[in-house]
Design a protein around this ligand. Structure first.
Ligand SMILES: [Ca+2]
Length: 125
């Protein structure tokens, strides 16, 4: 079967799933192949989903950051939570990108976004 590695030992065949082969098996939450464990990819080197990510598994995994969970991971540049993302003057869009005219501090959780004074764009307060 694809996704399994079998070793014959004393005439008995032992089959195990292989994390890192890019095929998601029943005991794996995700498998991105050689991208497992890489920063901001969403899947650990032992095939567990990284906090802040959601993985869709077909044969292999597609992992995306969850916009609205207040954790800034992956391609996100801000995340104020589902209740504030995309709202007027929040500074963060509903796709978790910083709105023009704002600057967001993502070193704190949740993100803090403020309008940039002096950029010629009237935004925020
Ligand atoms: Ca997020």
């Amino acid at each position: 079967m694809p996704g399994f590695k079998c070793v014959v030992n004393n005439m008995v065949s032992v089959c195990k799933t292989t994390c890192g082969d890019g095929i998601v098996n029943f005991d794996e939450e995700c498998d991105l192949g050689n991208m497992n464990g890489k920063l901001q990819q969403g899947c650990t080197s032992d095939c567990k989903i990284v906090t802040g990510f959601n993985c869709k598994n077909n044969v292999t995994s597609i992992c995306n950051s969850i916009c609205g969970d207040r954790l800034v991971v992956g391609v996100e540049t801000c995340d104020l939570g589902a209740d504030l993302n995309g709202k007027n003057n929040s500074g963060c869009s509903d796709r978790c990108t910083v709105v023009k005219g704002f600057t967001c501090n993502i070193s704190v959780t949740p993100t803090v976004c403020t309008s940039i004074c002096g950029d010629g764009i009237v935004a925020g307060t």
